[in-house]
Design a protein around this ligand. Sequence first.
Ligand SMILES: [Zn+2]
Length: 121
Amino acid sequence: MSTAVNNEKENAAATNGAAAATNGAATATNGAAAATNGAAEDKSAKRRPIRRIPRKKVCAFCVEKVDEINYKDVSRLKKFITEKGKIIPRRMSGTCARHQRQLAQSIKRARVMALIPFIGE
Ligand SMILES: [Zn+2]
């Protein structure tokens, strides 16, 4: 009876030893994981994940209920070109697809009519 108990104890000890060994291995891999984690953290720290929430932009032409954009309306067109004379993209101005197409066409027409410069300062 007592020997059986002893045997059980021995078995438990043996399995414990094995468990300890595997634990050792686990900690070793953990160490590696920690090392890689550290590298990942360094990268993210460099990238700066701070992003401001973009405000919903509305199409200026839809707000004013402009049906057709006229190329002769220079003061309006000038708001949608950069200092260099480039057409401001939709993602920046918030103009809707329909009005951006009209706007681009009108700006190009205005350029040909020399109302707007092809190249700014
Ligand atoms: Zn629009």
